[in-house]
Each structure stands twice: as structure tokens, then as C-alpha cells.
Design a protein around this ligand. Structure first.
Ligand SMILES: [Zn+2]
Length: 287
């Protein structure tokens, strides 16, 4: 990706503020840690090498100001603000959703590209004896869908082991646009989300050996609804699996997706850049 002929790459879903901690934990577990220059130096290096853009994703009510302070000096980074559906965010929703909205309102104009990530996750590892408050989780998602409509922002949806419930929630909020990020289902579910007007984004698990359903779904998504992402620092693609993922690794997803869709990586890069720009208002370098 460093050569001038390489495709234009954007990563539509990364958690930049988690990179330092995640790499430090990874290094502590290994005798020979990987060299890691720190998140800021890494992002700086990516853009110096021609990287197209990064959407930095929020998960907590108060994480937006710190992320903006750390990464808004990069003109091709945009930010989202959301509440990941863990038990504390579900339980605190009445207080946390207005707080999140206040942070979005206070952010410099044009930096916040979407609401999310948020959604339904029925695969959570909860402490024994704890049950997920599914009704509360659904209400939290409803509140954030309402917010996205009110603020006229797209929404980034996380959905795990809950395709029907997710589709039902989105169907209740026509007029909201957005993306099903880190798509983890198959062709049938892709069809449902596309029919609801949503984009579909694939992460590094696309490259995993057993992910036939994802690769099949990928070939089925129309080009103007398709996005790629890393979900960095999670889900490092095939050759890098097991390591913390950084946004540069999205290149692996582009190369595999291009092969599966029988287009060149350059063409796919331009398509996704245009789609990302339309959905999120990313400022892109001239192609
Ligand atoms: Zn994420």
C-alpha cells in the first residue's frame, strides 16, 4: 500500500484510542513483542504513505472529547459517538444517551460522522448468573436510532447473534441510514439489511478459513453499499491473525474482497472511497 500505484484504502471502523493499550497488553504477554510505534505515530505513518481515511469509532458516553483531542489533527479522520450494548451502558441508558448527545453537540463542526457503534449483541460473555437485559438493550438501540434521525447522522450497527431482532429494530426507524459493521451473517441476512437501506461492512474475519458465509455475502452486496473495515485493534486479517490489528491491515481485506468480486483492488478502492464519502462525509485526497 505504500506505492503510488496501490489502491486508495479507507478503514471505515477502527478504535484508534484502543491501539496503545491493546498493543501494550499484547507485548506484555509475549517474550518478543512486536514493534509498535504508538497509535499516533502509526496513523501519521499511514497518512504519509497515502492512506485515504479512517472512521474512529466510539463505544462509551464520554470517550469522544479525548479521541478528538488525540486524532483530530489528521484531516482524514472522522469520529463517531456511540454506546456499545454492554450491561453498564444498557442499565445507564436514560442518563448516558443525553450525555452522548451533548458531547456530539459540543464537538467541532464536521468531525462527527455518525452515531455508533451501537446495536444488539447476544453473544456476550457475562459473569455467571447474569442475564443480558434484552429489553433494555433494544430500548438503548431505539434511543440511538432516534438520535441519529434527529441529528441527521448515519448509524453504525453492531449485531451479533441477533439478526432478526436487529432488522426489526431498524425497520421501526425508517429514514435512518447506516451500516451493519463487521457483518457476521450470511446472504439471507445481507438481503434483509440491504432491503432496509443499510450498507454492509466486512472486517478481517472475512479472511478466516471457515468464513464461507461472509465471502458468499460479500459477492452479493451491490458496490454502492459495500464498505470494508478492520475493527482495529480486533480481528486482524488472515496473515496477521492473533496480533493487534491496525487500520493499515485493511489492505488484506481489500485484496481478498477484490479477488472475490473479480475487480481490481484499485477499482474496489475507488468504489469504497466514494461510498464512504457519501455515507460519512469523509474528506478524501484527490484520486
Ligand atoms: Zn468496533
Amino acid at each position: 500500500m505504500n506505492s503510488p500505484d496501490s489502491p486508495l484504502l479507507i478503514d471505515t471502523h477502527a478504535h484508534l484510542s484502543m491501539l496503545d493499550d491493546h498493543n501494550a497488553r499484547f507485548a506484555a504477554q509475549r517474550k518478543t513483542p512486536l514493534p509498535f510505534p504508538g497509535a499516533e505515530a502509526l496513523v501519521s505513518g499511514l497518512f504519509a504513505a497515502g492512506f485515504g481515511g479512517i472512521i474512529d469509532i466510539g463505544t462509551e458516553a464520554d470517550d469522544l472529547p479525548g479521541r478528538i483531542a488525540a486524532f483530530s489533527r489528521f484531516p482524514r479522520v472522522r469520529f463517531t459517538a456511540g454506546l456499545w450494548p454492554d450491561p453498564p451502558n444498557i442499565a445507564g441508558r436514560q442518563e448516558l444517551v443525553p450525555r452522548l448527545e451533548a458531547h456530539i453537540a459540543a464537538a467541532p463542526k464536521g468531525l462527527v460522522a455518525a452515531v455508533g457503534e451501537c446495536g444488539l449483541d447476544h453473544h456476550q460473555d457475562l459473569p455467571p448468573g447474569t442475564e443480558l437485559d434484552k429489553a433494555g438493550e433494544a430500548e438503548l438501540l431505539d434511543m440511538l436510532l432516534d438520535m441519529a434521525l434527529r441529528l441527521d447522522l448515519p448509524i453504525i450497527i453492531h449485531s451479533r447473534d441477533a439478526p432478526g431482532e436487529t432488522a426489526a429494530a431498524l425497520a421501526k426507524h425508517p429514514g435512518v441510514r447506516g451500516v451493519i459493521h463487521c457483518f457476521s451473517y450470511g446472504k439471507t441476512e445481507a438481503r434483509t439489511f440491504l432491503d432496509l437501506g443499510y450498507h454492509i461492512s466486512f472486517a478481517g474475519n472475512l479472511t478466516y478459513k471457515n468464513a464461507h458465509n461472509l465471502r458468499e455475502a460479500l459477492t452479493f452486496v451491490p458496490e454502492d453499499r459495500l464498505l470494508l473495515e478492520t475493527d482495529s485493534p480486533y480481528l486482524a486479517p488472515g496473515p496477521c491473525r492473533g496480533k493487534p490489528a491496525d487500520p493499515g491491515m485493511v489492505a488484506e481485506n481489500y485484496f481478498l474482497a477484490a479477488e472475490l468480486r473479480r475487480v481490481s483492488p484499485e477499482v474496489l478502492g475507488e468504489q469504497i472511497a466514494v461510498t464512504g464519502e457519501k455515507l460519512f462525509g469523509l474528506v478524501l485526497p484527490p484520486v
